[in-house]
Ligand binder design. Structure first.
Ligand code: ADP
Ligand code: ZN
Ligand code: ZN
Length: 742
């Protein structure tokens, strides 16, 4: 028996893996992740390493293979646990062990310590508030915003002030000259944002919140660790529940990781956690340099923090005694990695928690079908928060049938109803958001008169329009010529459904010349921090109307927004994959949740050609259960996840012919090794983007009931690819239960 050992895991180049012989007395005692001592290099220096794999054969000259000396008395240290997690990820998601290790282990990088700046308030309460009133009166919004934040929290990191509050240096300098604040510099090499713990505001939990906390805690106290799904409407107080759970876990000397999509990691959220946990909380975000990230990881490892908050990658924080992983907005697509290994944070969190005897808490107002399916099958414990913590009303929702608008002679993308409500809000000086739930490139074909959408006869997803004038299925490759007449009603108003935010902005400006309009989309947010700037300008009430893509419905709370318009719900409804119904339901529900956050009641208008579609009917009724029932029925019928499992094999190559041949062989091999197993092998199909940077792409889908069957297939295919030099010029990636069609 041989073991693969990785010797230096802090090295930038992790690809130093060596094989050692396992002495017979260690067989059975050794497992992946264990720390061992091995003789290394010419001088056989006694060196620490970690076991990452076992094999029966050795790739090197047998006479030169050395033996493992000793198993470290530390057994499995934190690094070892992460190595074991990497091994799990490699097995479940494909790719190499090196790629998995690079994802999981904190990589050390030499870097200069940075000079950090902080803004400190010099005025006292009463004085400060007077000054604030003065700024408000003078309409000096940026100054007012900064002062208000400082009155709330007298010392703020400069980074937080500039990035999250969108305050420029001249504004800070101006207030400094007036003796209102001071800008301090400090050579720090630590937490990027530092706060002291505050007297935490005492809240009384609602009965539902209390119940959720106690259910979790009862199991936890008995060391009965599991996965919990909190299904709670927006504003039901999920974050308060997480914080209480974390507080109890931390009291036991254990640590917690909180995953939050980056866009939802707002100033307010960050501050809430600081108020609860003070200096014991650390925030990770994508703007940190590699060195800062490493530094934070080390602080976590040394036990200097209890809570790490961040996006997906914070999952790998090397806590010595991890007790809880919270995943907020668990339905978000960003929890799936787009790089190899294409892991999903939810599944990976559960795997890590199992290895470390920890619990996982998932939360969402619109849980993913995956999570709810598992909860209903008893894999997760379901905790429900059905009412808002302060009993605020949900928005009133109007569904507008765009076919009817066309019949009435209105060809604009703004319906009569929406225009009337917009005029009303402008009058009342309340704000509104217009939202185009567009995604990707895929243009589906629909009839403007009857709403009919052309679908694949085999896959029940919309066909996409390709440049060559054909309509193509992105799963199975089925295609037919583009229609010119609606097969349902004979209308000639058929075509690709397209509309852009720029176009909407122009129409809005034409219809409401007096309105101040902001637009947020890929174009306007290209520059660094672009989207935060737009959002904070809107939060600041510098505009009446915010027009944008899905990015505007996430994150920020705008208390003065009382109207949300979804301009064409069909755009996400008929995108070309099996998750389109789910995504639409989530987007619409989130959009509705944006209206009426403050005291004033909100309204939402959903415009669509398919008012009878269950995703729209149920989103309008804000009925998750009913949506879930219909959606899961469709998934069951078609064999899509979570009912069955789907593996996408994405093949890319610079030569089109070679790619085609390669895919043919892969498919043939897959058919051969599938044997008696029930596996559907679908494709190869051309993805929506058939060529990127002159590299051609094709995708093959494997569908079956059991995930392990797909893992076996993946392993067979990986071996096949490795030994056949024909594939050497192709890049092959695996994606299990992909979030989107390629
Ligand atoms: P969610 O995360 O479910 O959207 P939050 O935890 O952000 O909800 O709660 C929404 C608002 O309600 C927050 O300002 C929060 O402090 C407040 N809140 C939540 N629970 C309570 C409670 N039991 N009593 C008073 N305020 C609460
Ligand atoms: Zn028609
Ligand atoms: Zn198809």
């Amino acid at each position: 028996m041989f073991a693969s050992i990785i010797v230096d895991i802090t090295h930038e180049k992790l690809d130093k893996i060596f094989q050692y012989r396992v002495p017979s007395h260690m067989e059975g005692a050794l497992s992946v992740g264990m720390e061992v001592f091995v003789p290394f290099g010419k001088g056989n220096r006694r060196t620490k390493g970690y076991v990452i794999d076992f094999s029966e054969t050795c790739d090197y000259d047998l006479s030169k293979v050395k033996e493992i000396q000793e198993i470290s008395s530390k057994g499995v240290a934190i690094e070892g646990k992460l190595v074991a997690l990497a091994a799990w990820m490699k097995e479940h998601y494909g790719g190499t062990m090196i790629q998995a290790l690079k994802t999981v282990l904190p990589i050390k990088q030499k870097e200069q310590a940075k000079v950090k700046k902080r803004v400190r308030l010099l005025l006292h309460g009463e004085e400060g508030r007077k000054k604030l009133d003065f700024y408000l009166e003078k309409n000096q919004r940026a100054r007012a915003r900064l002062l208000a934040a400082l009155l709330d929290e007298p010392v703020l990191e400069y980074e937080l002030v500039s990035k999250k509050l969108n305050i420029t240096m001249p504004v800070i300098r101006a207030l400094e000259e007036q003796g209102i604040l001071t800008l301090e510099s400090e050579q720090v090499y630590r937490n990027p944002i530092r706060k002291r713990k505050q007297e935490s505001r005492q809240i009384t939990f609602t009965a539902e919140q209390q119940n959720a906390i106690e259910q979790f805690w009862e199991d936890y106290r008995k060391e009965d660790y599991g996965t919990y799904l909190i299904h709670g409407v927006t504003g039901s107080g999920k974050t308060e529940v997480y914080m209480e759970m974390i507080r109890r876990v931390a009291e036991q000397g254990r640590q917690a990781i909180v995953l939050i999509p980056e866009i939802a990691l707002t100033f307010q959220t960050v501050l809430r956690f600081y108020r609860c946990f003070g200096d014991r909380v650390s925030i990770m975000n994508s703007r940190l340099s590699a060195g800062e990230r490493y530094d934070q990881m080390m602080r976590a490892k040394e036990g200097k923090v209890d809570v790490m908050i961040g996006p997906r990658s914070a999952l790998f924080t090397p806590f010595p005694n991890l007790g809880l992983i919270v995943i907020d907005e668990e339905h978000e697509n960003t929890y799936k990695s787009e790089q190899i290994p294409r892991y999903h944070a939810r599944e990976t969190a559960i795997a890590r928690a199992k290895m470390e005897d920890a619990s996982v808490v998932l939360g969402s107002a619109t849980p993913s079908l995956e999570a709810m399916y598992r909860a209903k099958h008893g894999e997760y414990h379901l905790l429900e928060l059905k009412s808002r913590s302060q009993q605020q009303e949900m928005a009133e929702v109007h569904v507008v049938d765009l076919r009817q608008e066309l019949k009435n002679g209105n060809r604009l993308i703004l319906s009569e109803k929406l225009q009337a409500l917009m005029a009303d809000r402008l009058e009342k000086k309340e704000q509104m958001m217009l939202f185009l739930n567009r995604r990707g490139y895929a243009g589906f074909i629909s009839c403007r008169e009857c709403g009919h959408v052309v679908k694949c006869p085999h896959c029940d997803v919309s066909l996409s329009c390709h440049r060559n004038g054909r309509m193509v299925c992105h799963y199975c490759g089925y295609e037919e010529p583009k229609i010119t007449v609606c097969p349902e009603c004979g209308s000639r108003h058929v075509g690709e459904f397209r509309a852009g935010t720029q176009q909407i902005e122009d129409i809005v400006k034409r219809q409401f010349p007096e309105a101040r309009v902001l637009r947020m989309d890929m174009d306007t947010t290209r520059e660094k921090d672009g989207h935060e700037k737009i959002l904070s300008a809107f939060a600041n009430e510098e505009a009446d109307i915010l027009v944008g893509t899905q990015m505007i419905v996430k994150g920020h709370d705008f208390p003065n927004v009382t109207l949300v318009g979804v301009l064409a719900a069909d755009m996400s409804l008929y995108s070309d994959d099996y998750r389109s119904g789910e995504r639409t339901f989530q987007l619409l529900t989130q959009a509705e949740g944006r209206a009426g956050r403050g005291e004033k009641k909100g309204e939402a208008v959903i415009q669509t050609y398919s008012p009878e579609h269950y995703a729209i009917v149920n989103a309008a009724a804000q009925d998750y259960e009913a949506f879930y029932r219909e959606e899961i029925h469709y998934r069951e019928l078609m064999g899509y996840p979570p009912c069955e499992n789907l593996l996408a094999v994405l093949v890319s190559c610079e030569e089109e012919r070679l790619l085609e041949t390669g895919c043919k062989y892969l498919k043939k091999y897959a058919l051969r090794v599938r044997g008696e197993e029930q596996i559907d092998i679908i494709g190869p199909a051309s993805p929506g983007i058939g060529k990127i940077n002159d590299v051609y792409r094709k995708v093959l889908y494997l569908k079956t009931e059991r995930y392990v069957t797909l893992i076996k297939m993946k392993n067979r295919l990986e071996q096949y690819i490795e030994v056949n030099s024909g594939f050497s010029r192709m890049r092959i990636q695996f994606d299990f239960n992909p979030m989107k069609v390629f």
